[in-house]
Design a protein around this ligand. Structure first.
Ligand code: GCW
Length: 672
């Protein structure tokens, strides 16, 4: 009997056995026991979802009746609450008296706002808050919070590491996989309100009638969750599927084709968001093929969607192999002169850094340089250059490091450019290249879910703290036990810097192997396009290492506002974390610590490996506190990461030694 009781007790305390991660951070295990009154005033599909979410996810702790209602409902407007400031998507949650009853009111000016309020309350409770005294108020600072799927029509995902595309193009539009609803729900819970369905390396087919119908079916599923559908547009589509001889944006026949195409799309998807375009980059067609500018191209498309309220997100990720200019400078050179030339429904979408989603890059010099143009931030959630699916790298600190960066124009930060505050832009946006696929846990690993989550939260409010986001994600994902949350948040907060350390410290970048971009390849020098070779970036020789981007080199520093350019002009005032991005320095350059650059580099590589080993130990300590399935997968991934951190370190150091001929400093771990 005693042993039976012990077994029962163990069953009661053991974490759920089957936890494949499907439920993401929406996993309340304790649906309301007993009568928690949840009621709804008003009736729209979205309000009904808000109510259903509360019924499903609000734990038993709810000890106050909850009411969801639009602010315009007479029972709510009678309360004279400060709802004007909530705008179209904000929410207010607070104890109120409705119809003589004390309730917790969730309200907003639109049903989307109410839905976000319901999710905010669920988040609040799942991360340890009470229902009774909940007072929550928030409105998004950024208008377009958009995932970019790099999903191809054949089901593959470019740079996707979590299976195949979620979109089953074969069975759409007839079959609407319930998973689309779960996807929309997860996004709504973090405030994502748009999704670009297809890869920026777009096929024109995605704009043909059959695919428009498929996109329309997805749009129908997403609509009640407040999510709009967008499509990547191939610039040469008028030729490929329209039978025209040219895609020149100044040709009236081309403009008319796009206008008719937009009309066709809007007939199927009345709230279609608009187009995302990668033009004249990495072989994609674009207006430059005809001597027209990026503004000519963007504005022509913008005119096509304008009557329907659509927008164009035009990417600034352009560089050409024929251009001898430092790749880091090319986007600015191309776009800066176009400031003020874009139509008012165009956003220029700029990657966070000037090269390409590296583990660390200084903020892109276009932020702060195009005051007349809404600049949309593009982050990469999928970790193409940070260990892909397996390495644990929480990107919150990468995102906030860029958002918090000062542009050098007064107090302006990158966040204040992106959220429109700096120049009072109303059209604002943040894009995240999605890490979502059809793997059971959506993102290929539990901790990758945190990056999707962090993107959504920061798109809603770019001033949020990355550690606070890590904590609330961890609490919703693993439960609120501090014995779990402490180590998990600690691991997350150290993880990105560890990747920087073992892949390329001090602002080194683009050192990865060719093609798949996984693992080290700093020695690669034979690729035809010079700017695809790692040696182009690190410029290591017997004397020193790093890319001189000061006046004596490419002078990329001059693309920043004077206050920032001045800091980057000298290695002494450049943050050491970005040193070799801007400077070519001798191996015996003295770091602030007093050690030589070479010794400091070796120490960083060692530190990266040691941090991963420490993360592994922390996770080992959680074995009894996390369900077996998620624990084992993460444990296996950390073992991979530790092995590959050593691989990065040893391969990189061996290569640097083959160039500089220097011995490893005393105390450094010898290569294995
Ligand atoms: O990071 C690079 C990727 C390409 C990608 C490109 C881009 C969609 O390696 O796969 O293409 O950036 O952002 O356009």
């Amino acid at each position: 009997r005693a042993s039976a009781m012990a077994v029962t007790a163990a069953l009661l305390t053991a974490p759920a056995a089957a936890e494949d991660g499907y439920r993401l951070w929406l996993r309340s295990d304790a649906p309301a026991e007993g009568p928690i009154a949840i009621s709804r005033l008003g009736d729209t599909p979205t309000l009904r979802l808000a109510e259903a979410e509360l019924r499903r996810d609000l734990p038993a702790a709810a000890n106050l009746p909850v009411v969801v209602a639009l602010a315009s409902d007479p029972a709510v407007s009678a309360l004279r609450l400060p709802v004007a400031e909530l705008g179209n998507e904000g929410y207010l949650v607070r104890p109120s008296s409705i119809g003589g009853r004390q309730v917790l009111l969730i309200t907003g000016n639109t049903d989307r706002g109410v839905l976000y309020g319901a999710f905010a309350l669920i988040r609040h409770v799942a991360s340890g808050g009470q229902v009774a005294n909940a007072t929550l108020r928030s409105a998004p600072k950024v208008k377009l919070r958009v995932l970019n799927h790099w999903d191809n029509l054949d089901g593959t995902v470019e740079r996707g590491y979590s299976g195949e595309s979620l979109w089953d193009w074969w069975k759409l539009p007839d079959y609407r996989d319930p998973r689309y609803t779960d996807y929309a729900r997860a996004n709504a819970s973090i405030g994502v309100n748009g999704t670009v369905l297809n890869n920026v390396n777009a096929k024109a087919d995605s704009l043909t009638a059959p695919y428009i119908a498929k996109a329309a079916a997805l749009a129908d599923v997403f609509r009640p969750w407040g999510i709009r559908v967008y499509l990547s547009a191939r610039f040469s589509a008028p030729i490929e599927i329209g039978g025209l001889k040219t895609a020149d944006p100044r040709d009236p026949a081309v403009a008319a084709w796009w206008k008719a195409k937009a009309d066709e799309i809007y007939r199927a998807i009345p709230d279609f968001g608009g187009f995302l375009v990668k033009a004249n980059s990495e072989g994609q067609p674009g207006p430059r093929d005809y001597g027209a500018s990026h503004a000519d191209g963007a504005n022509m498309l913008a005119a096509a969607v304008k009557p329907h309220g659509g927008i164009v997100m035009w990417r600034a990720f352009v560089y050409a192999d024929t251009d001898p200019e430092d790749r880091a400078k090319q986007a600015y050179t191309e776009f800066k002169p176009l400031d003020g030339k874009f139509a008012d429904n165009v956003l220029v979408q700029v990657k966070n850094g000037a090269i390409d989603f590296q583990p660390r890059e200084p903020f892109h010099p276009l932020f702060g340089a195009m005051p007349k143009t809404p600049l949309m931030m593009e982050f990469q959630i999928t970790k193409e250059y940070l260990g892909q699916a397996t390495h644990l790298a929480y990107l919150g600190p990468l995102f906030t490091e860029v958002l918090e960066a000062k542009t050098g124009r007064g107090q302006e930060t990158v966040a204040s450019v992106v959220d429109g505050e700096s120049e009072n832009h109303q059209l604002t946006g943040m894009a995240g290249v999605a890490n979502i696929g059809d793997d059971r846990d959506w993102t290929g690993g539990t901790f990758n879910q945190a990056n999707w989550y962090a993107f959504g939260r920061l798109a809603w409010d770019p001033s949020l703290d990355s550690a606070a986001i890590a904590r609330e994600w961890a609490q919703q994902t693993f439960g609120t036990d501090p014995r779990v949350i402490g180590p998990v948040v600690d691991m997350m907060m150290r993880s990105r810097e560890a990747v920087v350390d073992y892949t390329g410290p001090f602002g080194l970048a683009h050192l990865m192997a060719t093609g798949h971009h996984y693992g080290p390849g700093p020695w690669v020098s034979e690729l035809q396009r010079p700017e695809w070779n790692p040696v182009y970036y690190h410029r290591a020789d017997r004397q020193g290492i790093g890319f001189d981007r000061t006046r004596t080199g490419s002078n990329a520093v001059a693309q920043y506002a004077p206050a920032v350019a001045k800091l980057y002009a000298s290695p002494r005032t450049t943050p050491e974390s970005e040193l070799l991005w801007f400077h070519h320095l001798p191996w015996d350059y003295r770091l602030k610590s007093g050690e030589t650059l070479w010794d400091g580099m070796v120490r960083r590589y060692d530190r990266g490996v040691a941090t991963v080993a420490a993360m592994r130990r922390e996770w080992d300590g959680l074995r009894a506190l996390v369900d077996t399935e998620r624990w084992e997968k993460t444990a296996a991934f950390l073992a991979i990461q530790e092995r590959e951190a050593r691989w990065w370190r040893d391969a990189s150091l061996s290569y640097w030694q083959s160039v500089n001929g220097l011995p490893l400093p005393a105390g450094a771990a010898p290569p294995e």
